[in-house]
Write a protein that binds this ligand. Structure first.
Ligand code: PMP
Length: 307
C-alpha cells in the first residue's frame, strides 16, 4: 500500500517527503546494496514509545557490518533520527523504516574505498500488516515451493534489501494460491520463516520455533515472544521443525514487527487445531500488547519514549 507522511529524515536532515529522492543510477537499485529495519512506535500509557529501538538500530549496524557498509552516523544519531521522524510528523503510533544504501557511487559491483552509505528514516501510519481482524481470527497460509536462502549464499541474519527478492517470490506465490502468507522451508527442507515473519508452533503446551540457524532473520518480536513465554512459565524449544509438524500443531502463529502476533488457522488447506486462535497464542498476544497499555510490566525496558 502506498504510504505518505510529512517529513523524512535523510542524511542528517528532516526534509519534505516528496523531496527525498535518489538518482536512478544508485548502486542499491542495480545491485540490491541496502540494509534496513522495520520498527513500530506505539501509543502507550507512557506516551508514544518506540519498541526495542536500541536493538533495532544495533541490528541495522550489524546488517551493515556484514556487507562492509559504512554508515556515517553513530548509533546514538540513528536512534535520535528515529525519534525525530516520529515527532516531526506528529505521529502517536507509527511504522519506522530506516534504510542504509549505496547511492550513485558509480557502476561496478565493488564499491570504491571509503564509500559511505546514505541513510534515511521514514515514519508513517501503518495498520496491521495482515489485516485488522487477523490478530483474532487468524490467517490461511501455505508452504512455498521456494526455499529460503541457503547458508553461505546470502546471510539471512542480515536484514538486507536483496533478501527480500526471496520474500517477494514466497509472498507473490502465496497470493496466487489465495493464502495470506507463504511459509518457506530452508535448504534442508525444515521449516524456516514466513516471507516477513518468524514462526511458532504449540503442541501439548510446549512452544516450538526454528532455531536461528534455520535460515531465519532472528526477529526482535520472536525474541520478545520467547522472553514473554518464559516469563509466563512456558517451555520454549528452538529446534528443527518438519513440514508435517505444522499440520499437527495445536496452535501456530507468526511474529514480526509489521505483523505483530498473528494466529494461523490453516496450513496448505489443513486446519490448525480447531481453526481458532489458541489459548497460548492469546496469552502471548495479551502479554505482548499489554506492554503498550501497561497491563504487562515492561520489565525488560523495551519501551523507548520518543521524547
Ligand atoms: N523474518 C523476516 C524475513 C522478516 O522480514 C521479518 C520482519 N522484519 C521477521 C522475520 C521478523 O523480524 P522482527 O520481529 O524483528 O520484525
Amino acid at each position: 500500500a502506498k504510504v505518505v507522511s510529512g517529513f523524512i529524515w535523510f542524511n542528517g536532515k528532516l526534509i519534505p517527503w516528496q523531496n527525498a529522492t535518489v538518482h536512478v543510477m544508485s548502486h542499491a537499485l542495480h545491485y540490491g546494496s541496502s540494509v534496513f529495519e522495520g520498527i513500530r512506535a506505539y501509543e502507550t500509557h507512557k506516551g508514544t514509545c518506540i519498541f526495542r529501538l536500541k536493538e533495532h538500530v544495533d541490528r541495522l549496524f550489524d546488517s551493515a557490518k556484514v556487507y562492509r557498509m559504512d554508515i556515517p552516523f553513530s548509533h546514538k544519531e540513528v536512534i535520535q533520527a528515529c525519534k525525530d521522524a516520529v515527532t516531526k510528523n506528529d505521529l502517536s503510533s507509527a511504522y519506522l523504516r530506516p534504510l542504509a544504501f549505496l547511492g550513485d557511487i558509480g557502476m561496478g559491483l565493488r564499491p570504491p574505498e571509503n564509500t559511505q552509505a546514505e541513510l534515511m528514516v521514514a515514519a508513517f501510519a501503518w495498520g496491521a500488516y495482515l489485516g485488522a481482524d487477523a490478530v483474532e481470527s487468524g490467517v490461511d497460509v501455505g508452504v512455498s515451493s521456494w526455499n529460503r536462502l541457503a547458508p553461505n549464499t546470502m546471510p539471512t541474519s542480515a536484514k538486507a534489501g536483496g533478501n527480500y527478492l526471496s520474500s517477494q517470490l514466497i509472498s507473490m506465490e502465496a497470493g496466487r494460491h489465495g493464502y495470506a502468507e507463504g511459509i518457506a522451508l530452508d535448504v534442508n527442507n525444515m521449516v524456516s520463516e514466513g516471507a516477513g515473519q518468524n514462526l511458532f508452533l504449540v503442541r501439548r503446551g510446549v512452544i516450538y520455533t526454528p532455531q536461528s540457524t534455520s535460515s531465519i532473520l532472528p526477529g526482535l518480536t520472536r525474541d520478545a515472544v520467547i522472553t514473554l513465554a518464559k516469563d509466563l512459565g512456558y517451555l520454549v524449544r528452538e529446534e528443527p521443525i518438519s513440514r508435517e509438524s505444522l499440520y499437527l500443531a495445536d496452535e501456530f502463529f507468526m511474529t514480526g514487527t509489521a505483523t505483530e502476533i498473528v494466529p494461523v488457522r490453516s496450513v496448505d488447506g489443513l486446519p490448525v487445531g480447531d481453526s481458532k486462535r489458541g489459548a497460548v497464542t492469546e496469552a502471548l498476544q495479551k502479554a505482548f500488547f499489554g506492554i503498550f497499555d501497561g497491563s504487562t510490566e515492561d520489565k525488560h525496558n523495551w519501551l523507548e519514549p520518543v521524547k
